[in-house]
Ligand binder design. Structure first.
Ligand SMILES: Nc1ncnc2c1ncn2[C@@H]1O[C@H](COP(=O)(O)OP(=O)(O)OP(=O)(O)O)[C@@H](O)[C@H]1O
Ligand SMILES: [Mg+2]
Length: 336
């Protein structure tokens, strides 16, 4: 087995009575891009801080490239860090912000210039080099922070919600830039986010956390298509839950895009009344209430807008739903 770039083993973090990390195990391969995803307060930033060496675990070990680094100071870990709260130095130009770490390494001026210019070109900000942070937009400041995190040629990149302050367009652009740079430099990267789209589009692997624990780890497809718990299914993407009476009332679920809808009954289809229709741009989200059964479930269904027009669907109309059995998920829990 090849050794992990980052390995977290049996890590606990407690603040007084409060356990904020509960027995975390994690293995990250060289060059892998991992997203930590989970609701506010689940322990994402704490885990990142322990990996960065900005804080110590209460119990457990952290290994970097096979070496025990649990008590290694942050300055010796060779991380590029970009935390949202890691503001730029306001009294230094963008250039000097990025040069800061290199000057600390006592590199020659000429080398510093070359390296800094290279990273400005990489993040597409060459023209803004000599401005102060207050003269840069939020997105530009975050690109400077990214250049600063990369400039010291780190072995690992740790990003804590690096894009959360940005508007949707800039965020998508910077997502692509971060992905491109990460692949180009083959940097082992951990990014914290509570934005599921960000995790799904960027990560090689997603680690879903909840209440101090890891709930599931897998590729974006695995997490989306084969969630192992109600929590993961519910946290990522839209989903319909219902108790499956053929399976003793066990909790089942199906995503709205996997339900087929028609205006004529088919074998195995369920009769329903169309209750709401929401236009969402490229698709419509419909809700349909099952009729003529002992249960009274309401299901979300996503259809391409073209199909809604073609079927001439109207609120209050009768529709027939088909839940393809391969797309239906079953959980161990009871569906109440
Ligand atoms: N220094 C501290 N002292 C006491 N409790 C702390 C400390 N730092 C964090 N916590 C608690 O630990 C828990 C996890 O915090 P953390 O910052 O890791 O959450 P998070 O998953 O990053 O959340 P968010 O998405 O809101 O940033 C929270 O309940 C927080 O209040
Ligand atoms: Mg956080």
């Amino acid at each position: 087995m090849t050794e992990s770039a980052i390995r977290v083993e049996g890590v606990f973090k407690r603040y007084g009575q409060n356990t904020v990390l509960n027995n975390i195990d994690l293995d990250i391969k060289e060059g892998e891009f991992v997203c930590l995803l989970g609701p506010s307060g689940c322990g994402k930033s704490t885990l990142l801080r322990l990996i960065a060496g900005l804080d110590m675990p209460t119990e457990g070990k952290i290994y970097l490239k096979g070496k025990d680094a649990t008590f290694l100071p942050a300055s010796k870990r060779n991380f590029g860090i970009m935390f949202q709260s890691y503001a730029l130095f306001p009294n230094l130009t963008a250039f000097e912000n990025v040069a800061y770490g290199l000057r600390n390494q006592k590199l020659a001026n000429k080398t510093v210039n070359e390296v800094v210019n290279r990273y400005f070109a990489m993040v597409g900000l060459t023209e803004a080099r000599d401005r102060y942070p207050a003269q840069l937009s939020g997105g530009e400041q975050q690109r400077v922070a990214l250049a600063r995190a990369l400039a010291t040629n780190p072995s690992f990149l740790l990003l804590d919600e690096p894009l959360s302050a940005l508007d949707a367009k800039v965020r998508i652009k910077l997502r692509r830039e971060i992905c491109r740079i990460q692949r180009e430099l083959e940097l082992t990267t951990i990014m914290v986010t509570h934005d599921q789209d960000e995790a799904l589009t960027m990560a090689d692997r997603i680690i879903v956390m909840n209440r101090a624990m890891i709930m599931q780890s897998g590729t974006p497809q695995q997490i989306y298509e084969r969630p192992e718990s109600r929590f993961v299914a519910d946290f990522i993407g839209a989903i319909n839950f219902y108790p499956d009476f053929d399976k003793g009332g066990r909790l089942s679920a199906v995503r709205p895009e996997n339900i087929r809808m028609g205006t004529e009954p088919e074998e195995g289809s369920l009769c329903a009344e169309l209750e709401t229709m929401e236009f969402r741009g490229s698709f419509c989200r419909l809700t349909a209430r099952l009729t003529g059964m002992q249960r009274n479930d309401e299901l979300m269904v996503d259809l391409p807008y073209s199909e809604v027009k073609q079927l001439d669907l109207k609120v209050g109309g009768v529709v027939y739903l088909n839940l393809p059995s391969q797309q239906v998920l079953h959980f161990a829990e009871q569906g109440a």
